[in-house]
Design a protein around this ligand. Sequence first.
Ligand SMILES: [Zn+2]
Length: 112
Amino acid sequence: MKFQCAKCSHIFTERTAICEDWRIKEKSFGCPSCKIFLRDPRKQGVGSALGGMAINQAVALIFVFLVFGVIWKLEEFTGVSQIYFYVPLLIVAGWYIYKNPAKPLMAKPYSD
Ligand SMILES: [Zn+2]
């Protein structure tokens, strides 16, 4: 899991985030670059980071169904076996995943 500081755009992980006092949430999650404490985007519930992720996943799911539907129809129209459509699709999907690793979650400072 990666995070991006909304103030300085530094990308950091849970392990490199600074923590002054784990009992106080305003002091337990900070940017290691500019040393300000941030809101943990995982703890903000629906409507922010998690809400955005759920919407992205729903869109991706609809897209996958659409692609499968198109391939199914293509076989019907062209008489070409579905396998010839799936192979390039898998290559493109694999390349996309390789080139676009999980985007970091934006962590905003408390003053916002
Ligand atoms: Zn920062």
